[in-house]
Design a binder for this molecule. Structure first.
Ligand SMILES: Nc1nc2c(ncn2[C@@H]2O[C@H](COP(=O)(O)OP(=O)(O)OP(=O)(O)O)[C@@H](O)[C@H]2O)c(=O)[nH]1
Ligand SMILES: [Mg+2]
Length: 230
């Protein structure tokens, strides 16, 4: 029996190594000397990060139904800034749990390493799943990864903009109440409309909310440049 266990462990380990290798192979590091401000796009797998990047850049970014589509860090040249599409945190289809943890570590490392050039961060959240996940984790007495990410970005003073995506899953008549709940879960006292600078409801698939996010990004870029030139 001992033999079987060892064997299983070994095969698991090699799966993890392969997943990490796959991820490493794709990583594109920043060009040396490019000091332009960065805007990082973060969020759990499948929340719509690439949908957002695709809409903003007009590039043919791959989006997909399964979590774990984006496995590389890609920087898009937006002229005055670089928009960075990151892999998702948490569950990814076909990727071992240990490899998911490694990917999360790499994302955190990327953000920490680049923190002095990041003008703002976009944290995309799934409007409906967020509340369900938080309630489930609360019962277990644990902090869900979305809130962990929100805290991380705030602690590093990366001026997060929270995009509450997939609002098409919420009935129109319930938008305000739902956004108040999201706001409260994120630690912002409702009503959510007090926080319009940082909370943006969106249906990224239909381009709803994109202009508002772009506007906020530009404001952050201007403020960042002003700060750096002082
Ligand atoms: N219902 C709904 N679906 C959306 C919306 N935005 C994106 N999606 C869908 O969500 C799925 C995931 O989108 P992606 O943009 O690939 O998500 P991602 O966060 O980049 O995912 P990973 O790369 O796997 O981390 C796709 O099927 C999208 O079409 C939205 O506003 N509403
Ligand atoms: Mg993606």
């Amino acid at each position: 029996m001992q033999y079987e266990n060892t064997n299983k462990e070994q095969s698991n380990l090699s799966d993890v190594a392969q997943d990490i290798q796959k991820f490493k192979k794709y990583i594109r590091t920043e060009k040396k000397g490019d000091e332009r401000p960065k805007v990082v796009v973060m969020g759990r797998s499948n929340v719509g990060k690439s949908t957002f990047v695709k809409a903003v850049t007009g590039e043919n970014v791959r989006v997909g139904k399964k979590p774990g589509v984006t496995l590389k860090i890609t920087e898009y040249d937006m002229g005055t800034y670089l928009l960075v599409d990151l892999p998702g945190f948490g569950y990814m289809e076909g990727i071992e749990k240990k490899a998911q943890e490694k990917i999360k570590d790499q994302i955190i490392k990327y953000v920490e390493d680049n923190k002095s050039t990041i003008a703002t961060s976009i944290l995309i959240l799934d409007a409906k799943a967020l509340i369900e996940i938080i309630d489930r984790w609360d019962q277990k007495g644990e902090i869900p990864i979305d809130l962990e990410m929100a805290d991380f970005l705030e602690e590093l003073s990366l001026n997060p903009i929270f995009v509450i995506n997939k609002m098409d899953k919420i009935k129109n008549s319930e938008w305000d109440a739902h956004l108040d709940r999201v706001s409260e879960k994120l630690g912002f006292l409702p009503p959510w409309r007090q926080w319009l600078d940082i909370l943006v409801p969106a249906i990224l698939r239909d381009n709803y909310g994109i202009d508002g996010i772009k506007h906020r990004i530009n404001r952050h870029i201007q403020a960042f440049k002003k700060l750096k030139s002082q």
